[in-house]
Design a protein around this ligand. Structure first.
Ligand SMILES: [Ca+2]
Ligand SMILES: [Ca+2]
Ligand SMILES: [Ca+2]
Ligand SMILES: [Ca+2]
Length: 561
């Protein structure tokens, strides 16, 4: 293949390959099934890392694009430039992808750009299914990848494929809507009926699969046994499926899933209509990933100590969504999207999570004194009475950062808060200094940043550190405590104050878009600075990666060649 530069067109090069799965060494079942079904005459080099046709694309990449692993045509026709800017500070670049066998499970296709074949960047990509063309194979899918970056008249594109989930493994226990707790639970044809049955038997290193379906649950699922750091107990949606657990029938004091043990990894479950919390974590060192929690009778996901013996620390809540949670008894004044409240252990992390349309707040760390990290999270549209409540007591803050004159030095980085009924980021009488780095706050009904609470009931024990943040269109003035260390924030380095016109998009619907294959937040133009404008490269280096001369203001970094 020639790599000669062509004006305003891309040249497709061989794909990169990335691995995300911790279990990549296991058979890649998704790929093997595809190869068996399509290519009975596949040569002996049939493994997913082989390249029998020597076209530079290993079999797993051929799987992701649906190209033929026996025919050496590379990704010809699978990756097509649609549009690229010839010049200017803000160019739109579009690449179309043809996936001949549809969108394959377990892999994520991504694109890198270069204008010199030496420096490759991965910009953000807004990914959307688009119209098929006549002549496309039956079952194929076309997707457009769109980004905005400064213009150039020569550009190259290269694909990358990430292995996220290899396919089903042999599990220890299976649970299905048509199962029975009288079954032995150890095969896919003899599943249990309830998660609780499997959880009560699980030992370190075990894997429990929840098969697809809608489960009506009468009782809280309690995960009281424990894994170990090197042998966690995994409770996962069967690969490629989205099992949902509806707790409508349980009492109003029960959680949907209560994690009392340690070292659980819960992945891919939907938790609906729980009596109280959707997911309640009391234990330590648990990971809750890609779970969707909604319409709980109190907060969606709650971390707290269980009477002092279990502190609820070292937990990671990763790429979860929590919405429309509402406490009827409290007129909506208690149900948040995510909370860590009262006594909470150390080193809890929320990463890649979204919280919206909850009756009270998006996040709430009331009385939590151990520092919590909130990384790449979004909170919006909280505190509105979308529940038809006759009396409504929801507070409506995006991030409520503490409370009750207790010190908790929480850290928010690359987070976004917009369109909440009251404040975007609210100190709420936290007596510690809070750290807010590269966060965006937009169009909140009160202040975007309300961090000026002076303690009257207890002395402050620290000062706020606020760096590289972007505040646009708040309805009340931002305020910070006297002595706060404010560095390179939009109100300090941009005058007059930035407006919505300096952003690529203010369409909030983007925030509810589908997640990427790896579970991370969707990439969209929403609240991103227009390339080349005065919000770009105006931050100070705080040790995180960035494009160009300096970090940008807010949660999104503008890609630069
Ligand atoms: Ca090949
Ligand atoms: Ca091929
Ligand atoms: Ca609250
Ligand atoms: Ca930058």
């Amino acid at each position: 293949m020639s790599f000669k530069a062509v004006t305003a067109r891309c040249v497709a090069l061989a794909a990169f390959l990335f691995f995300l799965s911790a279990h990549q060494s296991l058979a890649t079942q998704f790929y093997n099934d595809w190869a068996t079904n399509h290519f009975s005459d596949l040569p002996s080099q049939a493994g997913w890392t082989n390249d029998p046709d020597r076209d530079g694309e290993i079999n797993l990449v051929e799987f992701a694009f649906g190209t033929d692993p026996r025919v050496p045509d590379g990704l010809g026709g699978a990756m097509t430039p649609q549009f690229g800017s010839a010049s200017g500070t803000n160019g739109t670049f579009v690449v179309q992808i043809l996936e001949r066998n549809g969108h394959q499970p377990g892999v994520q296709i991504d694109l890198y750009l270069s204008k010199n074949l030496t420096d490759w960047i991965r910009p953000w990509w807004f990914r959307m299914v688009t119209n098929s063309l006549s002549g496309d194979p039956v079952g194929s899918v076309r997707e457009s990848f769109t980004t905005q970056i400064t213009g150039t008249n020569i550009w190259y594109v290269r694909s990358a494929v990430t292995l996220i989930e290899a396919g089903p493994e042999v599990a220890t226990y299976y649970v299905a809507t048509n199962g029975s707790d009288s079954n032995n639970g150890i095969t896919i044809n003899t599943p249990f009926a309830t998660l609780g049955k499997a959880a009560g038997l699980a030992n370190p290193g075990n894997l429990i699969y929840a098969l697809d379906g809608y489960y009506i649950c009468s009782n809280q699922v309690t995960l009281s046994r424990s894994g170990s750091p090197t042998n966690p107990i995994r409770l996962r949606a069967y690969p490629g499926t989205h099992p949902a657990f509806d707790f409508t029938l349980e009492s109003s004091s029960s959680a949907g899933i209560r994690i009392q043990g340690d070292c659980w990894q819960v992945y891919g479950l939907e938790v609906i209509h729980s009596g109280h919390n959707g997911i309640l974590i009391n234990g330590n060192s648990n990971i809750v990933e890609r779970c969707v929690i909604h319409e709980s009778g109190d907060t969606g996901l709650h971390i707290t100590s269980n009477g002092g013996t279990q502190l609820g620390g070292f937990n990671l809540v990763l790429n979860c969504d929590s919405y429309r949670n509402f406490d009827l008894a409290g007129n909506g004044g208690n149900a948040d999207g995510f909370t860590a409240k009262f006594i909470v252990g150390q080193s809890n992390i929320f990463r890649g999570c979204r919280s919206w349309n909850n009756s009270d707040d998006g996040w709430d760390f009331w009385r939590a004194t151990n520092s919590i990290l909130v990384d790449h999270c979004m909170t919006f549209s909280n505190g509105f009475n979308v529940f038809g409540a006759a009396t409504f007591a929801g507070d409506g803050n995006g991030f409520k950062m503490g409370g009750d004159y207790q010190p908790g030095r929480h850290h928010y980085v690359d987070c976004v808060s917009f369109g909440n009924r009251v404040n975007g980021y609210d100190q709420n009488n936290n007596t510690a200094g809070l750290v807010v780095d590269n966060c965006t706050s937009f169009n909140n009904g009160g202040a975007n940043f309300a961090m000026n609470h002076d303690s009257t009931n207890a002395p402050m024990v620290g000062v706020h550190v606020v760096r590289n943040t972007l505040s646009i269109a708040g309805h009340s003035a931002d305020a910070f405590r006297t002595g706060a260390l404010l560095t390179n924030n939009s109100w300090q380095v941009v005058s007059p104050a930035p407006t919505s016109a300096e952003l690529l998009s203010i369409a909030g619907a983007y925030a509810m878009g589908a997640r990427r294959d790896d579970g991370s937040l969707p990439e969209t133009p929403f609240l991103r600075p227009i390339p080349g404008n005065r919000l770009v490269n105006r931050g100070t280096n705080i040790g995180n990666t960035f494009f160009g001369a300096a970090p940008d203001l807010g949660a999104y970094e503008t890609p630069e060649w």
